[in-house]
Design a protein around this ligand. Structure first.
Ligand code: UDP
Length: 321
């Protein structure tokens, strides 16, 4: 039987991955750790499984007395305003968190890590294949996130090379969907919460910057397949996301169609905001045959609006969630 630890299990993505892990019958015990910095207890409110033990602890403070067959490290903020507000804590979660969690892995265990398309910085090639080394400013405003994810990748690939640790690393492009915090600050959830409040929908700069918007269910399908269903020892890094590239302003206009009271408001551009982002999915299609993002951003936005309407009752005090 398998003992599993998921770090960041109360987060947006972590809680969805936890739901998939709980479908597995071979798992005897599943420790969920989360410091509830960006994660929410509410994301785990539906969990009622005797195998699960939820602990409020930082990833970098996990003890290595108990060791695990599988470790999933998703404990990091992913939204720019959140990681920019506490950059050193972000570095700690990714770099020290990875080192500390590695120490809790059994000798033949498997370590799964969610890295980011931010490792490509403001990319000079499009779409971005995994072999692209990126265009990142190590002293820029996004460095705490970009560089700490890059460093975590380096730690894991060195652990593999020097100690034979089994690793699986994905690079996630933009993900959105249910269980995002209302005060998360990323584009889709911001536009929806603004629309629900009837306030202006804020587009930073002209909005011509592009992203590739992946709906959470499609992304978690890929994680499930890569992390445990396909049995190869391919370590990644593997791009995961939707390869339909859409300008931010187009998403804003799409959301606004649901909320005619809200106007689009253009604010100052964000310094060093990447101009474009689109995954090259050649490797993903090879390793996860049959996997595709099935849900368009339009359908994903519609579903996310329904979720926000049904679930987030008090948008004026999101901290109470
Ligand atoms: N963005 C925006 N208005 C918002 C939030 C984000 O125009 O209220 C823009 C942001 O500047 C970026 C894009 O939307 O160009 C995606 O931002 P997000 O924070 O979702 O993700 P990331 O920048 O990490 O890709």
């Amino acid at each position: 039987m398998t003992n599993v630890l998921i770090a960041g299990g109360a987060g947006f993505l972590g809680s969805h991955l936890l739901d998939r892990l709980l479908r597995r019958k071979d798992i005897a015990r599943l420790i969920v750790i989360d410091n509830l910095w960006t994660g929410l207890r509410n994301n785990l409110a539906h969990i009622n499984d005797p195998r699960v033990d939820i602990q409020q602890v930082d990833a970098e403070r996990v003890d290595s007395v108990t060791t695990f067959d599988e470790i999933y490290h998703l404990a990091s903020p992913a939204s720019p305003p959140w990681y920019m507000a506490e950059p050193l804590r972000t570095v700690s979660a990714n770099v020290l968190g990875t080192l500390r969690l590695l120490a809790a892995l059994k000798p033949h265990g498997r370590f799964c890590f969610t890295s980011t398309s931010e490792v490509y910085g403001d990319p000079l090639v499009s779409p971005q294949p995994e072999s692209y080394r990126g265009s990142v400013d190590c002293t820029g405003p996004r460095a705490s996130y970009d560089e700490s994810k890059r460093c975590a990748e380096a730690i894991l690939f060195e652990a593999r090379r020097t100690q034979g640790v089994r690793i699986k690393v994905v690079r996630l492009f933009n993900v959105f969907g249910p269980r995002t915090r209302p005060d998360d600050g990323r584009a889709v959830s911001n536009f929806i919460t603004q629309g629900l409040r009837g306030s202006p929908i804020t587009v930073y700069g002209a909005g011509s910057q592009t992203r590739s918007w992946g709906y959470v269910d499609d992304v978690v399908d890929a994680l499930e397949r890569f992390f445990w269903l396909e049995e190869s020892e391919f370590p990644g890094p593997l791009n995961i996301g939707n390869d339909r590239e859409v300008p931010v302003v187009e998403v804003a206009h799409y959301v606004r169609r649901h909320f005619p009271r809200s106007q689009i408001q253009h604010l100052d551009p964000v310094p060093q905001d990447p101009t474009n982002r689109r995954p090259d999915l050649t490797l993903a299609r090879r390793h996860l045959p049959g996997w595709e993002c099935k849900i368009s951003y339009e359908e994903g936005v519609d579903r996310t609006i329904r979720w926000f309407r049904n679930t987030v009752s008090n948008l004026h005090s999101p901290k109470s969630l």
